[in-house]
Design a protein around this ligand. Structure first.
Ligand code: FES
Length: 272
């Protein structure tokens, strides 16, 4: 039977709760029974990254456990878990790209079936493109003071744009989402951070090594708003300017503290 795992921030991944129904409508009793059956048969074993472990069969739906690394959520945040890393690499022309190695990590908040997060039929490149929502731009009197890349919106992120920037510089981007709309668009942050200040043994697998670029998905694990980095006046007021901050209900995520989290991904059977 799967055992809940406490994150470094004290959060628990969720699911083995006898009785009741979770917010996605999964019947816990059936879920637990399925887990026990799987354990008895020796199915699954320790879930490795890049693998998945099916934890429930709900007929038209399959539930599978996803383990991931992400920016830790602060203890007071309503968000239940952190924001997943996206491995970063710079291509031969200097464009900054996310490596689509762990697409399940980003499949929540209505993005589960986004073509951006599918291995099938995705023809676009993996380069990040600067992107800020119209809502966020309209909220600020002087958006160019916050979004230093404002004149590059929709264009690919190039390593030269960050070369002379200090640590603590970030940009909002979208990923693998050209031509997509609504929940199909995958949003993220690219940050330039000092690797010596990041607590994570496996950092080399995720951070671009020369320019120290790291990326996180940005749909809040609370109610799916899009958090930002060094963009909201409220974040500055609350002393969270160097954190990823969600203005909707004040969740805070620390990009220098990488923690392991889990969640259960529910997919239609024909989409698995
Ligand atoms: S804190 Fe509620 S959606 Fe982010």
């Amino acid at each position: 039977m799967a055992v809940p795992m406490a994150g470094k921030d004290g959060s628990e991944d969720a699911l083995v709760v006898p009785g009741g129904t979770d917010p996605d409508g999964i019947d816990r009793r059936r879920f637990v029974k399925t887990c026990m059956g799987a354990a008895a048969l020796g199915v699954g074993g320790a879930a490795g990254f890049g693998m998945f472990k099916q934890v429930a069969d709900l007929g038209d739906y399959i539930v599978r456990r996803v383990d991931y690394w992400g920016a830790s959520r602060s203890l007071k945040s309503p968000a239940p878990r952190g924001l997943a890393l996206i491995p970063v690499r710079v291509d031969a022309d200097g464009f900054v790209a996310g490596v689509p190695e762990h697409l399940d990590w980003y499949r929540y908040c209505g993005h589960e079936l986004s073509p951006a997060l599918s291995d099938v039929g995705h023809t676009e490149d993996d380069v990040f493109r600067y992107s800020v929502s119209a809502d966020k731009l309209h909220e600020l009197e002087a958006p160019a003071e916050v979004y230093w890349y404002l004149d590059r919106l929709d264009r690919p992120v190039h390593v030269d744009h960050f070369r002379d920037k200090p640590y603590g510089t970030g940009a909002s981007v979208r990923w693998r989402s050209e031509g997509l709309r609504g929940d199909d668009v995958v949003t993220a942050l690219v940050l330039k951070l000092d690797p010596d200040e990041i607590a994570f043994d496996d950092l080399d697998a995720y951070m671009e090594p020369e320019h120290h670029l790291i990326a996180f998905i940005t749909y809040c694990t609370h109610f799916c708003c899009v958090p930002g980095y060094q963009e909201a006046p409220e974040a500055r007021k609350k002393g969270q300017w160097d954190k990823i901050f969600c203005t909707c209900h004040g969740s805070v995520f620390d990009p220098t503290d990488i923690t392991r989290y889990s969640f259960d991904l529910r997919l239609p059977r024909d989409a698995v």
